[in-house]
Design a protein around this ligand. Structure first.
Ligand SMILES: CC(C)(COP(=O)(O)OP(=O)(O)OC[C@H]1O[C@@H](n2cnc3c(N)ncnc32)[C@H](O)[C@@H]1OP(=O)(O)O)[C@@H](O)C(=O)NCCC(=O)NCCS
Length: 177
């Protein structure tokens, strides 16, 4: 994959915050450029205003949205609905930082496990997920309606504060890598 060279400069100026209705135009632009079956503007608006289980965050620097991710927190499980980094900023560790932030947020909200579906052909995303501790648990045959591609279901055990106190802070592993 070719990456253009807009560089991420460091941790200190990277901001994670909740997605607002004012972000939706930018998010839908990134969504369309990232997915073959993108969510509509209306879908994001509904998630932000009507879904009490939903949590959406954006990652930005200097007021520029670099990426976003969403999840549903249902009791102690976090279901990732989408995650994307704007194309010019990919390959610089930002997707990993975003997913780590989502995992920490999920723990803070009471989740102990996180799950997601990913196209079997999306090796980039699968590589990121495996790096952060997700493991395959099964397939949903023909899950994606555009090309009937299978979805790989992945799960990760989240590390809670109690686990970290016991010295098993897996989420922190390789954070500098
Ligand atoms: C998946 C995505 C969020 C990754 O974001 P990113 O900022 O490019 O990823 P990072 O630079 O943080 O890389 C983190 C890890 O992802 C994997 N990865 C990233 N780019 C990769 C590539 N071109 N090929 C293979 N693996 C890659 C690697 O495991 C990498 O870890 P490493 O650098 O130690 O090898 C981004 O590619 C994206 O937005 N893709 C389009 C939307 C999408 O497919 N979302 C997932 C839907 S399930």
């Amino acid at each position: 994959m070719k990456h253009s060279n807009i560089r991420y400069r460091g941790n200190e100026d990277l901001v994670f915050r909740s997605m607002t209705l004012g972000d939706v135009g930018t998010i839908v632009r990134i969504e369309r450029e990232s997915f073959t079956s993108p969510w509509s503007e209306e879908a994001f608006r509904t998630e932000l205003t009507q879904n009490l289980f939903a949590r959406y965050m954006v990652m930005e620097r200097d007021g520029i949205v670099l990426g976003y991710g969403g999840m549903w927190i249902i009791v102690d499980e976090a279901h990732v609905t989408n995650i994307a980094v704007d194309e010019p900023y990919r390959g610089q560790g930002l997707g990993e930082k975003l997913l780590r932030e989502m995992m920490h947020t999920a723990v803070w909200l009471g989740a102990r496990r996180m799950t997601l579906e990913v196209r079997v052909s999306n090796e980039t995303a699968q590589s990121l997920y495996r790096k952060l501790g997700f493991e395959p648990s099964g397939l949903r045959p023909g899950y994606y309606s555009d090309n009937h591609e299978d979805a790989l279901i992945m799960w990760a055990e989240l590390v809670t504060g109690r686990d970290e106190a016991a010295g098993t802070a897996e989420i922190e592993e390789g954070e500098q890598g």
